[in-house]
Design a protein around this ligand. Structure first.
Ligand SMILES: Nc1ncnc2c1ncn2[C@@H]1O[C@H](COP(=O)(O)OP(=O)(O)OP(=O)(O)O)[C@@H](O)[C@H]1O
Ligand SMILES: [Mg+2]
Length: 268
């Protein structure tokens, strides 16, 4: 299906978003010349994204790195159809967003939080909880099914939010800084379970991160964005065996290339 989209300012639609088409069903993501500016009360408007083109094949993990405020969250919201582009096109399958903050509901226990997407989709509570419980076991959350979010560590909350994202059943997962608030050790653990989870349930993933090393360790491809308005200053292919180690010379070399692209993007 192709949908012509009006910009938020009511300007003639020049953007296109395709969802559920033949290519999209295959899980591929193709973004072409995407641009978005926010209205601003001060009048000038904020150009968040300018001319962003990137792509990921089905089942690939595309990492997006860039400085704060360069439009990474905006890009994920566009991919998930939560915003309409003002220019450019998006081809993507049905997508789900794991937001930058975990947004668990404090009055539900961990299992009900994880099962939320299934429940919203009409699944009976017992069945939804049983499906979430299987993933709890695999992600080391067993024993905390009945805990409320405030009783969980940051890493556990992130895992619960990830189970919820995974159980949405969507072909494209858009993960916004999923490990941003965690210490280095927990972060490394989380990276390993993300890899395991994706090996078990392959999906196309767009992962936003500030951490270039994390991008290289996890991704098949890394898109480096410039400061606002974000545009792609480099796309790196990461063709290294998994699991990867941050200390691996090939990882260190690619990290250096990404950091140089970031620095060049900042002065361009
Ligand atoms: N709803 C909004 N209304 C107006 N401006 C917005 C809105 N959301 C984001 N912006 C602006 O758009 C720009 C890009 O924001 P965005 O949240 O996409 O950046 P980001 O790369 O995700 O940043 P961070 O790394 O800090 O999360 C910023 O200048 C921000 O102030
Ligand atoms: Mg953000």
């Amino acid at each position: 299906m192709t949908t012509g989209l009006e910009s938020r300012t009511g300007a003639p639609a020049r953007a296109q978003a395709q969802r559920g088409g033949a290519r999209a069903q295959a899980g591929e993501v193709v973004v072409r010349e995407l641009a978005l500016a926010y209205d601003s009360r001060a009048g000038a408007g904020v150009h968040a994204l300018a001319d962003v083109s990137l792509s990921a094949r089905a089942g690939q993990l595309l990492a997006v790195v860039g400085p704060s405020g360069c439009g990474k969250t905006t890009l994920l919201e566009l991919l998930c159809g939560l915003r309409a582009p003002q220019r450019g096109s998006i081809t993507a399958p049905a997508a789900v967003l794991m937001p930058q903050r975990d947004l668990l509901l404090p009055w539900l226990d961990a299992l009900d939080n994880a099962a939320l997407a299934l429940r919203i989709g009409g699944c009976a509570r017992a069945h939804a909880r049983a499906r979430a419980a299987e993933l709890f076991l695999e992600l080391g959350l067993q024993g905390f099914e009945r805990s409320r979010p405030h009783e969980l560590s940051g890493g556990m909350r992130q895992r619960v939010a990830f189970v919820r994202t995974l159980l949405s059943g969507k072909a494209l997962l858009c993960l916004d800084e999923p490990f941003g608030a965690l210490d280095a050790l927990t972060r490394a653990d989380m990276q390993r379970w993300l890899e395991r989870a994706l090996a078990r349930e392959p999906r196309t993933v767009v992962l936003v991160t500030h951490d270039v090393e994390e991008a290289i360790v996890l991704a098949d491809r890394v898109a480096v964005l410039s400061p606002r308005p974000g545009r792609v200053v480099a796309q790196l292919e990461v063709e290294l065996e998994r699991p990867r180690s941050a200390g691996d010379p090939a990882v260190i070399a690619l990290r250096g290339r990404a950091l140089r692209a970031l620095a060049q993007g900042a002065v361009a």
